[in-house]
Design a protein around this ligand. Structure first.
Ligand SMILES: Cc1cc2nc3c(=O)[nH]c(=O)nc-3n(C[C@H](O)[C@H](O)[C@H](O)COP(=O)(O)OP(=O)(O)OC[C@H]3O[C@@H](n4cnc5c(N)ncnc54)[C@H](O)[C@@H]3O)c2cc1C
Length: 505
């Protein structure tokens, strides 16, 4: 252990439960530095696998450590008219950065403001009556709003820190700044989205709700006009941050002279277990220590046909109906900030490679439609034991499904392609061997929207190949997967439009 050139003291293992201040004190002491040295906890991660629970800290010395930030004191916009299509994490962060730099962006979001949207979603979960423009996928905050609000990511980009700081500045708890697995929860995320929107408005931005990009024209390789709810408008730059849920927007894009390429995607189901069982599997004898957070897990296995893996594990969470199209069914998972639900859930997914973007979209739609039609919108659900032996269960055991407006016991017949079904069966069996097997664990199908089924190719200036002036962005365009990476992609695209020279940031 020693201070590195970035001003970091890493790998300080201390007993569980110390405050940030105590951890800084211990780190400075071990380093032989005076206790008055300005320092803070950059990261803390829990290790509850050993007999004695510990936390591993990274402490940053304030005078040496410098983190990525923008200089908002130098506004450079106004004359450029920028449209942001979609107000999910990628559109939100793009619009926010543009607004801070004085660009007054216009945002077109097909759904409603977050508070109205919450009411529509709650009604849908209760009654099954879907509003195709205001649901878990569409509306202010995007798909991320009704989520677990996990901010973990596999990307290693310095902008991640800026995203965390921004979430904190607009209302998220300070703990997300240092947690190894930061988590906001759907309840807090909604108010953060509201506050960020108010900031964008206060800086002169404009947000058009219930406003859909319905068409656009391209002339001589350049974007000419966009049509919002059928009305033509002109902008200097258009950020397309429409997410991966909008099938009709994909249909529109596929008709245009853009370069759209194949991208592997994944389909599967949500698995639910008792959180108390997951705690025992992960923490062993320490599971009864109620200071510990509800445990999580992640798993993958490579098969010869592809990979089966878990995704978006939600400790103390709920399986939610995330459909956005009439006659199609989609599941996902979310949790509240307290993560205090009885069940834990995670997506179990198998990779799929289609021959073309169109075929990928068709596979996804076919699975969603098959699942919907089985029980008129109630989700098909089975138990792990039955899924493995191919039978249909007659009742649930100790794990009760949380999906609303309800599930019907089923055998998943006719929902997934045979190959996918077989991959999922082997994957879940392997998970049982390696981590945890509960024959009464509940599987609810289908999960189809965890990744974009195609990529809209862009050039080195982030503009669509075939339509300059159009900036495909975020998860829907195939450049992100999750809240954090979508937000980071939104920042990158906005930087390009603003003209920020990365060297000078
Ligand atoms: C229930 C649920 C839970 C999730 N949990 C997590 C999690 O815990 N952690 C995590 O990292 N990720 C999670 N995700 C995934 C995450 O939400 C997405 O990766 C992320 O929201 C993608 O951001 P985006 O901005 O690219 O697109 P989106 O969030 O999908 O936003 C796109 C927006 O564009 C709008 N739109 C679409 N078409 C048009 C159009 N033609 N005109 C105008 N507007 C349009 C939509 O209404 C939507 O608001 C979850 C997703 C769901 C559904």
């Amino acid at each position: 252990m020693s201070v590195d050139k970035n001003g970091l003291i890493r790998d300080i293992r201390l007993p569980f439960g110390l405050s940030d201040g105590e951890a800084v004190f211990e780190a400075l002491k071990k380093e032989g530095l005076p206790p008055s040295t300005h320092a803070f906890v950059l990261r803390r991660s829990l290790d509850a696998r050993r007999k004695e629970i510990t936390e591993v800290f990274t402490v940053a010395l304030s005078d040496i450590y410098s983190e990525f930030c923008y200089d908002f004191s130098k506004p450079c916009g106004r004359e450029k008219k920028v449209l942001v299509v979609g107000f999910g994490p990628s559109g939100l962060f793009a619009a926010y950065l543009l607004a801070e730099y004085g660009f007054c962006p216009t945002v077109a979001e097909r759904g409603k403001p977050v508070d109205e949207r919450v009411k529509d979603v709650e009604l849908f979960w209760k009654t099954g009556v879907l509003d195709p423009e205001s649901n878990v996928q569409f509306g202010e905050g995007g798909a991320g709003t009704f989520s677990d609000g996990k901010l973990t990511t596999r990307i290693n980009d310095e902008r991640c820190r800026f995203v965390l700081n921004t979430f904190h500045r607009f209302g998220a708890d300070r703990s997300i700044l240092s947690a190894a697995k930061p988590h906001i929860g759907t309840d807090v995320l909604r108010s953060v989205v509201r506050s960020m929107r108010n900031r964008i408005l206060s800086l002169g931005g404009e947000i058009l709700y219930n406003t859909k990009l319905t068409d656009f024209s391209v002339e001589n390789g350049r974007l000419k006009e966009v049509y919002l709810n059928g009305e033509p408008r002109s902008f200097d730059a258009v950020i397309l941050a429409s997410g991966n849920g909008a099938g009709d927007t994909y249909d529109l894009l596929m008709k245009k002279p853009l370069l759209i390429e194949n991208k592997p995607f994944s389909v599967g189901f949500r698995a639910e277990f008792l959180q108390s069982d997951i705690n025992i599997a992960a923490y062993g004898k320490n599971a009864s220590d109620d200071r510990l957070p509800p445990a999580d897990f992640s798993f993958f296995t490579h098969l010869k046909e592809g990979t089966v893996y878990t995704f978006c594990m939600c400790p103390g969470g709920y399986v939610v109906n995330s459909s956005s199209d009439e006659g199609r069914l989609v599941t996902n998972g979310m949790s509240y900030s307290g993560r205090d639900g009885k069940n834990a859930n995670a997506a179990f997914l198998a990779t799929v490679t289609a021959k073309s973007p169109l075929q990928a979209l068709e596979i996804r739609r076919k699975i969603e439609a098959a699942a919907f039609s089985l029980h008129k919108g109630k989700a098909p659900a089975t138990l792990i034991k039955n899924f493995l032996d191919g039978s249909v269960p007659s009742s649930f055991g100790h794990v009760l499904p949380t999906f609303q407006p309800g599930v019907e016991l089923d055998g998943f017949e006719g929902i997934f392609p045979e190959k996918t079904l077989s991959m999922l069966q082997r994957g879940i069996a392997e998970f049982g061997k390696r981590f945890f097997y509960d024959p009464q664990g509940v599987l609810t199908a289908p999960e189809t929207r965890t990744s974009a089924p195609m990529r809209i190719v862009r050039d080195s200036a982030f503009q669509a190949v075939g339509a300059s002036g159009l900036y495909p962005c975020g998860e829907g365009a195939g450049y992100a997967g999750g809240i954090m990476s979508s937000a980071v992609d939104g920042l990158k695209v906005a930087e390009e439009i603003i003209g920020l020279n990365r060297e000078k940031l």
